[in-house]
Every structure is written in structure tokens, then in C-alpha cells.
Design a binder for this molecule. Structure first.
Ligand code: ATP
Ligand code: ATP
Ligand code: MG
Ligand code: MG
Lengths: 227, 227
């Protein structure tokens, strides 16, 4: 369960302030499938980064499964990110010196999984996103949509209970998009929580809950509590 | 005018070969508006990079306005890229140490435009893509869609005759997408050549010519010669 209260993220630029998030109250229950939409620059990635424990709010409270995230130690935070949350970044964030399969295996390495099991599980997800023949390519030897799919595979590798994906199909053709959405729908059917940012209405329609963000606040919230 | 004959791009990986482009013949006339579609990994960005004089084919001929590109000196190639072609990269390629407006002004700097005119023209395009209030932000202080729009503004800054855009609206919401497509349609109405990669059929529909790429070759080509 995710509980945000009064979340603000304010950047100081000289004597100006940019409020990326201007006061977010949000509850997301275990097993929900929520789509986050809104104009470019409205605060979606900022909100996702806070939900994913990758960034801290300027003010406000974030309780994840009952624990206040701002009170967690760095080790506890890293553990939460590694075990509980699978995060797909808007700009992929692959490590350029690791091959596709090694990028996907990285969360498993951090989780202490042994080498042969790591390779086996990473290859399972590499193949699930259609990149078997590209497993040993470096990120610079992959197309944009292939890198995006490696980022998706990496988010799923550690079998997380919560999947947060920031525009996971922005660089994908229709067929690859459908394949990825089927993966998310399967994971949701298994009881996982899915939060996905998209600007495409047909993708948002796959979710049971629809949130609209504008100028750092949530202006619409439909389908709450539907699992 | 663009004339490609027998264009191949082959990557050697150990004892394997990946044919990103497997033999492209293509004519694009001045003033055409062409959309390039195809599955993830099919060769679209590779083709765009060759068209944009950013990469050389393994074999084949590319004549741009009658001149064989492979025979141009480095200086002539740089001049061509700077003056004739505005290129929007799939992954934006902004310089992280320059602000948004300075990124947009960079092609003008290379073209020898004086400082105050540079700032004026760069701001014109920054505002055209809706980023006036973000002109002094660094790329790391911008959202994904804002960076994409800076990349678009930069491609237009030097008033190029040919605009090549690789998935320019992949990270944009519907409203921003429409604004960008209006800009491209205006530029086309002024007689410029536009080549744009997209995976969205509604965007491809704005073009008069539709090309489909699969496994490194062109498998469909409709609307040829329509200007
Ligand atoms: N440096 C490289 N070494 C080996 N293979 C490469 C290299 N660069 C690209 N490729 C391969 O060439 C193929 C074409 O890549 P390209 O980037 O042109 O695809 P694309 O059509 O733009 O895909 P997308 O829609 O995902 O952006 C891909 O299968 C990719 O894995
Ligand atoms: N480090 C920063 N300093 C100042 N402003 C910032 C910084 N990072 C983000 N912003 C601003 O915060 C706002 C929200 O950014 P965010 O990345 O969350 O938007 P978004 O909804 O994800 O947009 P997009 O759909 O384009 O990806 C934007 O207007 C952006 O310019
Ligand atoms: Mg974003
Ligand atoms: Mg591409």
C-alpha cells in the first residue's frame, strides 16, 4: 500500500521557485493498476521518482506498506527499491558498459542471486520482451525501442510486488506495445500493483484507475479502489 | 533531393553479422513529407542517421542534391549537416552543460550567427515549442517531453531545407504532439522536405508519403512524388 500526504517537490532556481509537485494526496492499494496521465512537464516523472524511492519530496509524507519512507536508513531504502519495486525509467538508464542481459541481471546481483540462476532468470525476461538474439549487445548496439525493452525486463527481473513504469512504450511500435501491455496485464492478474505513466489513452484504458496530473497536482482520479 | 542506391549497414559482432540495413533504394524529392514506420529494431534510426549524414553506410551510394555524400570532405559534410539538415534524434542528444536556449542556439553559433541574433532566433523556437519559461533550465532540469521539444527547436533553429525527425513526439502528450505536428505542417507548406519516423499511425497520416521498413529493407512505399 502506498500513502502520500501533502507531497511537494520544489526546485529553487536563483530567486525563482519551480513547484514540480504542489501538494499530492494519494492512496494506492495493493493490486491496483493505475495509469498516470497529464501534459508534458506536469510532474508525472517527479511523482514516480518519489513513489519509487529514487527521490525525496521537499515536504510531505510517504508511507509504503506502513513505513514512513523518509525515516528509512539508506540500506533499508536500497533494499526496498531492490526487492519491492521494479522501476522503468523514462530515459531507460541502462549501464552503458554492460550488455543487455547483464543490465537485466543487475537487480538479481544486488539481491544476492547466484550466477547461473541470475543468467537463467535474466534470459527469461530478455526473451519475454522479444530480445533473445540481442542479449549480448551493448546498449549502444541496440535500437531505441530495444533499449526500452531491456529497461522493462530489468524492472521485472527481481519479481517485484510493485511495478512503476514511466512511459514504457513511448519508443515502441504497435506490436511491441501490445506485447508489453500483455506482460503488465499478466503481472497485474498475479496480484501485483502496477503504476504506469502514459500519454496514450489506449494504454491508460488498460488500467482500472486513471489519474490526471496538471501543474503538480492531481486534478482527476477515477476507478479508485478497483483491483 | 535524396537518392539512395543499394544502401547497406552491416555490423560485425565477433563472427556474426547484423544487417541493420540490407539494401535500400530510395528517392525523396524536394518538398515531400514522408513518414517512416516499422517494428522496433527494423532499421529506421540507422536509415535516418545515414540520411542525416551522421553515419556512413557499409556499402551503397547516397546522393544529396546531386553530390555523392561519401565523396564530401569532413568540412563539406559538417556544412551540409549544419545548413541543409535539421535533425531530431530519438534520444535527443542535448549537451548537458548548456541551457535549453543555448542548446537551441548551437547550430546558429556554428553557422557564424552573431550573439544577439542567435539569442533572438533561439528564443523564437523555444517559444514556438512552448518552453519560454524553461529557456534557462539545464537538460537535467527538464522533463522528458521538454527535452524532446528542445531537441526539436534546435533542429529548426538554422532554418534548414530538410528536416529529419526520429520519433519526435514519443514522449509528448496529445496537446504538445498536435502543436509539434502543426509546426511540421507549416514548414512543409513553406516547401521544406520533412522525413519523420513514427510508430503512431495518426502521425504518419499527416505525411503524404508512407514508407514501411522491416528487417532493414523498405517493404512498402505509398504516395511517392506527392508534394
Ligand atoms: N552498433 C550496433 N551493433 C550491432 N547491431 C546494431 C548496432 N546498432 C544497431 N544495431 C541493430 O540494428 C538494428 C536496427 O537498429 P535501429 O536503431 O535502426 O532500429 P529502429 O528501427 O530505429 O528501432 P526502434 O523503433 O526501436 O527505434 C537493431 O536490430 C539493432 O539491434
Ligand atoms: N532539477 C529541476 N530543476 C528545476 N525544475 C525542474 C527540475 N526537474 C524537473 N523540473 C521541472 O518540473 C516539472 C515537472 O517535471 P516532470 O519531469 O515531473 O514532468 P513530466 O510530467 O514527467 O513531463 P513529461 O511528460 O514531459 O515527461 C517540469 O516543468 C520541469 O521543468
Ligand atoms: Mg516524464
Ligand atoms: Mg529508432
Amino acid at each position: 500500500t502506498i500513502e502520500l500526504r501533502g507531497i511537494k517537490k520544489i526546485y529553487k532556481m536563483g530567486d525563482q521557485e519551480v513547484a514540480a509537485l504542489a501538494g499530492i494526496d494519494l492512496d494506492i492499494h495493493k493490486g491496483e493498476f493505475a495509469a498516470l496521465m497529464g501534459p508534458s512537464g506536469s510532474g508525472k516523472s517527479t511523482l514516480m521518482n518519489i513513489l519509487g524511492c529514487l527521490d525525496r519530496p521537499t515536504t510531505g509524507s510517504y508511507k509504503l506498506d506502513g513505513s514512513e519512507v523518509s525515516h528509512l536508513t539508506d540500506d533499508e531504502l536500497a533494499y526496498t527499491r531492490n526487492r519491492k519495486i521494479g522501476f522503468v525509467f523514462q530515459n531507460f538508464n541502462l549501464l552503458s558498459k554492460l550488455s543487455a542481459v547483464d543490465n537485466v541481471a543487475l537487480p538479481l546481483l544486488y539481491a544476492g542471486v547466484g550466477r547461473s540462476e541470475r543468467t537463467q532468470r535474466a534470459m527469461h525476461f530478455i526473451e519475454a520482451v522479444g530480445l533473445g538474439p540481442r542479449a549480448d549487445h551493448m546498449p549502444s548496439e541496440l535500437s531505441g525501442g530495444q533499449r526500452q525493452r531491456v529497461a522493462i525486463a530489468r524492472a521485472l527481473a527481481n519479481d517485484p510486488k510493485i511495478i512503476m513504469a514511466d512511459e514504457p512504450t513511448g519508443n515502441l511500435d504497435t506490436k511491441s506495445t501490445h506485447e508489453i501491455m500483455e506482460i503488465f496485464e499478466d503481472l497485474h492478474a498475479q496480484g501485483r500493483t502496477i503504476i504506469l505513466v502514459t500519454h496514450e489513452p489506449e494504454i491508460a484504458a488498460c488500467a482500472s484507475r486513471q489519474l490526471l496530473v496538471r501543474d503538480g497536482i492531481i486534478t482527476r482520479d477515477e476507478g479508485r479502489g478497483v483491483v
